[in-house]
Design a binder for this molecule. Structure first.
Ligand code: IVH
Length: 664
C-alpha cells in the first residue's frame, strides 16, 4: 500500500501524463502511447481516486470519461480495404511507372486521370437507399472509427442523395479550408492560446472530437474522389456521377492521354495549387479505365494502377538581416527573423517566425546566418535550419532581449513557459494599442470604422488609452485631426455608438482576458449572465462551467483582481455597454409562464442578475404591477407605493429567499 504522500505524487504524474496524451491525441492527432497503455494509466488513476477521494481533482481526466477521453467511437471494418498510394518526388519514377503500366496492359491503349492530392483525412461514406448511414475514418486501412455524427456536421457531405442505387460507398478527403484554419488560429492568438500547427492535423483532431456540436463549429469541408459502385466503366465516369449526384468534387481534375500530359499537369499546378482553398501536397495519377485497373491489380498495400507525385516541401535559403521582437497585446514577445526577400511557394518571404527563445537556441542562430525557410502547411513560414558552411567567421550568436523593445521594462518568463512577457501591462504602448485593436475586432465590439492607424493616432494624441475612452471622443476633437472630414468623423462616431448594442458575450471577449476566446466568452456569459456575477466568481465556481479548466479560471480571477480593470469595467458600464446576457440561456423551466416584478435592493443578486436568473429559468420580468402578475420580489428599500398596490391587487409578495426556494 502506498503512503498518502506517494499517492499524491503518483496522482499528479498520472494527471499530467493523461492530459498530455489527450492533448496530443485530440489536438495533434498523434498517439504518444498505445490505447492499452492509455487505458491502464487511466484505470490506475480511477483506482487511486477511489482510495483517496481527496486527491480527485475537478479537472482530472477521469472526470471526462464519456467526454474527451472516452474512446467512444465504434471500430468498424471496411468492406473494401482503404489503401494508401505509392509515392514519389521524382519525375523519372513517373516515367518508370508509365512503363510498368504499358507492360501490365500488354500495350493496350490507356489514359490517365489526374487529381490533386488533398492534404486532409481520408473518409469513407456509406449510403443505403440513398441515405448516409455511416462515415468511417481510414484507421489502419482495414478498420477505422465510426465518426458518422461528426461527419454529418460537414455541410458538403450530402445526407440524402438521389441515385436510385440500393447502396454504394464514396471516399474522399475531409479538410479544414486554409481560411478557416487561419481564422481559427487568429482567434487562438487573440485569446493568448497556443496555435495549431497545421490545417491537416487540426482537421483530423476536429473529426475525433466527442461533441459533434463542437465539430460543427470547425467548418470542415470534404472533397470526394472515389466511388465504389457497380456499372462504372471509367474513373472519369465515376467522378461525373458523383458531381451529378451533388457530391463535392474539386474541379481541378484532368484526363491525360499520356504521361507527358501528366507531367504538364504537374507543372501547371506546382504554383497554382497555393491559390486553392485547400492544402495540397501533390498529384494523384490514376489509370482511367476500371477494367484496366482490375487487370493491373494491387501490391500488398497499394494499387498498381495509381501513384502519388509529391511536390517537394518548398524551402529557400536566404540571409538573416536582423531579429526583431514584437510585443503582443498580452505582452507576449515574439521574435521574428527579418530576411533578405526570397521567393517561396508563390510568395515573397521577408519575415519568418522564430517562436521563442528556445527555438533561437535550438537553431544556434548567429548574426548574418544563411537560413533555410520552409512553408509547410503553416501560414507563416518558419526558419528550419542554418547553413553552417555560409556562416561568417567571428559572427556573434543572436542574443535574446532582456528588456521590452517598446517600453524598456525588464521581461519576465514564467517557470515552464517558453514565452517571455513584458509585465508593464498598463503603460506599454503596443499592449495598450493591441488591447484597443482587440476590443474593436469584428468578433468583439465590431467597430469597423476604426483601424490600427487611427488607433495609433488617437493614442499619440493622448485621447485613447482605454477602450472606454472611445465613448468619450467628440466630433469637435476629431475634426481637428488632419484628414478627418465631417463624413469620416460621423462614420467613426456612429460605429462607436452602434457598438453599445453589442451582446454581453462579445463585450466580454473584447476585454481581452487571457485565454478567454470567443467560445469561452460565450460559455461564461451564458453561465454567469452578468459581469457582476462573473467578477465575484472563484476559481472553483468557474471550473464548474463545462469546458472551463483551471488555466482559464485562474486567468479570469486574476484579471478581475486588478483594480485597473475593475475601474475600466465601471467606465464601460457607465458608457452604456451590455454587461448582462440577453441570450435566453435556459437553465431550467421551473418558472415557465410566471411573471415577476423586481423591486428594491437584494443581498445575493444585483437587480440585473436577479432578472437574468428569472429569465434563465423560463420566467418573465415585467415592469408594472397588475392583477395578472404572479410575484413581486421585494428587496430592501422597496417603495411603499408599489407594496400598497401589490397588496391591493392581491399579488404574492415574496422575499429573495422565497424566490430562491422556487428554484429548488
Ligand atoms: S485515391 C487507392 N485521390 O492520399 C487509392 N487519394 O496516400 C486511394 N488523397 O489515403 C486514394 N487526395 O487520403 C486519392 N485525389 C485523391 C487524393 C487522395 C488525397 C489521400 C487519401 C489517401 C492517401 C493515399
Amino acid at each position: 500500500m502506498m503512503t498518502f504522500e506517494e499517492a499524491t505524487k503518483r496522482v499528479t504524474t498520472l494527471n499530467e501524463l493523461l492530459h498530455k496524451y489527450n492533448q496530443a491525441y485530440y489536438m495533434q492527432d498523434t498517439s504518444l502511447v498505445s490505447d492499452q497503455e492509455f487505458d491502464e494509466l487511466l484505470h490506475e488513476l480511477i483506482k487511486l481516486e477511489q482510495t483517496y477521494p481527496a486527491l480527485k481533482r475537478k479537472d482530472s481526466p477521469t472526470q471526462r470519461v464519456g467526454g474527451t477521453i472516452n474512446k467512444a467511437f465504434k471500430t468498424v471494418e471496411h468492406s473494401t480495404r482503404m489503401l494508401s498510394l505509392g509515392n514519389t518526388y521524382s519525375e523519372q519514377d513517373l516515367l518508370d511507372f508509365d512503363t510498368r503500366i504499358a507492360k501490365g496492359l500488354e500495350n493496350q491503349p490507356y489514359e490517365y486521370f489526374c487529381e490533386l492530392k488533398f492534404d486532409g483525412v481520408a473518409i469513407s461514406l456509406h449510403y443505403e437507399n440513398d441515405t448516409l448511414v455511416r462515415a468511417v475514418t481510414r484507421g489502419d486501412g482495414t478498420k477505422g472509427d465510426d465518426i458518422t455524427d461528426n461527419a454529418k456536421t460537414i455541410k458538403s457531405i450530402p445526407l440524402r442523395v438521389n441515385t436510385g442505387l440500393p447502396n454504394f460507398e464514396v471516399r474522399g478527403e475531409v479538410f479544414m479550408p486554409k481560411q478557416v484554419f487561419e481564422q481559427l488560429n487568429r482567434q487562438r492568438a487573440e485569446a493568448g492560446e497556443e496555435l495549431y500547427a497545421n490545417a491537416r492535423n487540426t482537421a483530423s483532431g476536429s473529426l475525433k472530437m466527442m461533441d459533434s456540436a463542437q465539430v460543427a463549429k470547425r467548418k470542415l469541408d470534404c472533397y470526394l474522389y472515389m466511388l465504389l459502385a457497380p456499372g462504372m466503366q471509367t474513373h472519369e465516369q465515376a467522378i461525373h456521377s458523383l458531381e451529378n449526384w451533388g457530391f463535392k468534387v474539386s474541379p481541378t481534375y484532368q484526363k491525360c492521354a499520356s504521361i507527358q500530359q501528366v507531367l504538364q499537369y504537374i507543372h501547371q499546378w506546382q504554383e497554382k495549387r497555393h491559390q486553392l482553398p485547400v492544402e495540397t501536397d501533390g498529384i494523384v495519377i490514376k489509370v482511367n479505365s476500371i477494367e484496366q485497373q482490375e487487370i493491373l491489380g494491387f501490391t500488398a498495400k497499394t494499387p498498381k494502377w495509381a501513384i502519388a507525385y509529391k511536390y517537394k516541401s518548398e524551402s529557400a535559403c536566404t540571409r538573416l538581416v536582423d531579429v526583431t521582437f514584437q510585443v503582443g497585446r498580452t505582452g507576449a514577445i515574439t521574435p521574428v527573423a527579418e530576411l533578405a526577400p526570397v521567393q517561396l511557394a508563390g510568395t515573397t518571404v521577408k519575415r519568418a517566425s522564430l517562436h521563442n527563445a528556445n527555438e533561437i537556441e535550438r537553431l544556434d542562430l548567429h548574426q548574418n546566418d544563411y537560413v533555410l525557410v520552409e512553408k509547410g502547411g503553416e501560414i507563416i513560414p518558419k526558419v528550419t535550419g542554418v547553413d553552417l558552411a555560409q556562416r561568417q567567421p567571428g559572427a556573434l550568436p543572436v542574443q535574446y532581449i532582456t528588456h521590452c523593445p517598446a517600453c524598456h521594462t525588464a521581461l519576465i518568463r514564467h517557470p515552464n513557459e517558453a514565452v517571455h512577457y513584458c509585465p508593464n501591462t498598463q503603460s506599454c504602448p503596443p499592449q495598450i494599442k493591441g488591447r484597443i485593436g482587440h476590443f474593436i475586432h469584428r468578433n468583439a465590439l465590431n467597430i469597423d470604422s476604426l483601424g490600427d492607424k487611427t488607433i495609433a493616432l488617437l493614442y499619440a494624441k493622448g485621447w485613447l488609452t482605454w477602450p472606454s475612452d472611445l465613448y468619450r471622443l467628440t466630433a469637435e476633437q476629431l475634426l481637428t485631426l488632419e484628414g478627418f472630414k465631417e463624413l469620416s468623423v460621423a462614420n467613426l462616431l456612429n460605429g462607436i455608438e452602434a457598438s453599445k448594442q453589442t451582446p454581453f458575450e462579445n463585450v466580454l471577449f473584447g476585454l481581452g482576458i487571457r485565454y478567454v476566446g470567443k467560445t469561452v466568452a460565450e460559455k461564461l456569459a451564458a453561465h454567469f449572465n452578468t459581469i457582476d456575477a462573473l467578477m465575484e466568481a472563484s476559481v472553483e465556481q468557474l471550473m464548474q462551467v463545462p469546458e472551463i479548466g483551471e488555466r482559464i479560471a485562474e486567468s479570469v480571477v486574476h484579471y478581475f483582481s486588478q483594480p485597473e480593470y475593475r475601474n475600466e469595467i465601471n467606465r464601460l458600464k457607465a458608457a452604456g455597454l451590455n454587461f448582462t446576457s440577453t441570450a435566453n440561456f435556459q437553465e431550467s423551466n421551473k418558472l415557465d409562464g410566471q411573471t415577476f416584478v423586481v423591486s428594491g435592493v437584494f443581498k445575493n443578486y444585483s437587480r440585473d442578475e436577479l432578472k437574468a436568473t428569472i429569465k434563465a429559468h423560463g420566467g418573465k420580468v415585467v415592469s408594472s404591477i397588475s392583477k395578472k402578475l404572479d410575484y413581486l420580489i421585494a428587496g430592501d428599500k422597496m417603495g411603499p407605493a408599489k407594496k400598497e398596490k401589490a397588496e391591493k391587487l392581491q399579488v404574492r409578495i415574496i422575499s429573495e429567499e422565497d424566490f430562491q426556494s422556487l428554484l429548488h
